[in-house]
Design a protein. Structure first.
Length: 492
């Protein structure tokens, strides 16, 4: 996976800097609170939400267990419908395929539908290196691109920007990318949207090549599905002569009936809508309607390695709704850039370290970017137990162990900087396995509690820098239980 933000520090340092930005925190707080309140209302309308959630989980788990079979079926269906399927093992191969396909058309410009997969592989940068300019057409992605910025949210990539900042970006940068912003542009949403519409319209009408991702792929018919709210995706998917779709292999569902479940849960979880304003589906090519040539690039890039992890594979259920970001107290304060990946928030904290591995300082820190409060699990429409995977990945970081990388079993060494943590956990395991030692330690701690510091020394300072140590009771619970006969004599 190539989607690391080059030069980004580990999460603790990046988050420490982010929480000091009051404008950023204000923007995030307003946006996330608004989105999650609307989502809660939309979900409450559905009486069988729990059943839909369970159905989505089961469909995804079934598909992942039989992914090889469904991918072959998908390839056969796409090919039969006039499409061409390419397989990409990693980001470099995917970028080479796409760049080569664009060059074959003789074009040097492409328009793009919002796509996490193409951000993950760094496609825009790869195309630019080949002399091809990619234009983002999603409003939020356009803001990020014009501002030479990075996305900070799965659903709303420019969530960290307010209206005034967007107006300044449009006024300053639009002219260098095409039609300039209107004179006297204000920061009212209607004027900003109109400026973007005028700027993008000429690109839609001129472009011969479109690039997209997909929210879902239906194996039985070879159909791809994109859901969106603005209509820019529909323009990219229908007007160009050539369409290239880059899609992660986990986005597949077996049948149209399975798709029905996700078309109910995704819009309510993401945009808090009963259904998406635009749901575009296409199956291969059709004479006289839509692109004349369709290419599907199926992207692995660490996904089969993730599939090999019995605990971590549930991250591949993700339908990119972003509900977990909007309820996460850590994301709300630190923002998406602190995660150093195109996948921010709780899902990014478990997905990125699996797709990229935990070898870098950034990825080794991501499983700790959580309070383990469980709010992310409660809102996930496919029931990904993110706290469970976070704890699982923390163990991997601290202890190392066997994992799958590029299809091969390798043994990871423990990450640096966790020696004290390993020693503490091993000491705790030794003590908890010996009741007499544990009882003696508890009594000693109670008798010396007046001497206990309020903060920990050494490496423990990282934990106690923002919290006091919990006070030790005057009497261990076991001693109290024995003295009071389980509380029966009423003694305190």
């Amino acid at each position: 996976m190539s989607g690391t933000f080059v030069g980004m520090p580990a999460f603790p340092k990046a988050a420490h800097e982010a929480v000091g930005d009051q404008t950023l925190r204000g923007n995030l707080r307003h946006a996330t609170h608004t989105i999650r309140a609307k989502r809660a209302k939309a979900v409450a309308e559905v009486s069988d939400w729990a059943e839909l959630r369970e159905a989505g989980k089961r469909i995804k788990d079934h598909t992942l267990r039989h992914l090889d079979r469904y991918l072959v079926r998908l390839e056969e269906a796409v090919t039969a419908a006039g499409g061409i399927v390419h397989w990409a093992a990693d980001a470099d191969e995917a970028n080479r395929i796409v760049a080569g396909l664009v060059k074959e058309t003789g074009e040097s410009e492409v328009v793009k539908v919002k796509s996490m997969a193409t951000q993950e592989i760094g496609l825009n940068e790869a195309l630019e290196a080949e002399g091809i300019r990619a234009y983002e057409t999603d409003l939020a992605e356009l803001i990020v691109q014009l501002g030479k910025d990075r996305p900070s949210h799965i659903l709303v990539p420019a969530i960290h920007r307010n209206r005034g900042e967007i107006r300044e970006i449009f006024a300053r940068e639009m002219g260098a990318w095409g039609r300039p912003a209107p004179e006297g542009l204000t920061d009212t949403p209607a004027e900003l949207a109109e400026a973007a519409r005028l700027h993008l319209r000429e690109k839609f009408l001129r472009a011969k090549v479109g690039i997209s991702g997909a929210n879902f792929m239906v194996a039985e018919t070879g159909t791809l599905v994109v859901v969106e709210s603005e209509g820019n995706g529909r323009m990219c998917l229908t007007l160009p002569e050539t369409l290239i779709s880059v899609v992660g292999i986990e986005k597949i569902v077996p049948t149209w009936r399975d798709l029905e479940v996700f078309l109910q849960t995704l819009p309510r979880s993401s945009t808090a809508e009963r259904m998406n304003p635009y749901t575009s589906t296409w199956t291969g090519t059709t004479d006289g309607d839509g692109p004349r040539t369709f290419h599907l690039v199926l992207l692995d890039n660490g996904r089969t390695d993730t599939l090999a992890d019995e605990v971590g594979r549930q991250a591949l259920r993700c339908i990119r709704c972003s509900a977990c970001l909007n309820v996460c107290p850590v994301y709300e304060r630190a923002g998406g850039h602190a995660y150093g990946s195109v996948y921010p928030g709780p899902i990014g904290a478990i997905l990125s370290p699996q797709l990229r591995g935990t070898g870098s300082e950034i990825d080794a820190s991501l499983p700790y970017a959580s309070t383990l409060c469980g709010a992310c699990y409660e809102v996930c429409p496919v029931a990904i137990d993110i706290p469970e995977v976070l704890v699982h990945l923390r163990e991997r970081v601290v202890e190392g162990g066997q994992v799958t990388r590029a299809g091969n079993k390798v043994v990871l060494k423990p990450a640096k900087g966790h020696a004290a943590e390993r020693a503490a956990m091993r000491a705790a395991r030794w003590a908890f396995g010996r009741p007499a030692v544990l009882r003696t330690g508890q009594r000693l701690a109670s008798h010396t509690r007046g001497l206990h510091p309020r903060t920990l020394p050494g490496p423990g300072r990282a934990w106690s820098a923002t919290r006091d140590l919990p006070p030790v009771p005057a009497e261990p619970f076991r001693d109290w239980w024995q003295r009071t006969d389980g509380g029966k004599d009423g003694a305190e």
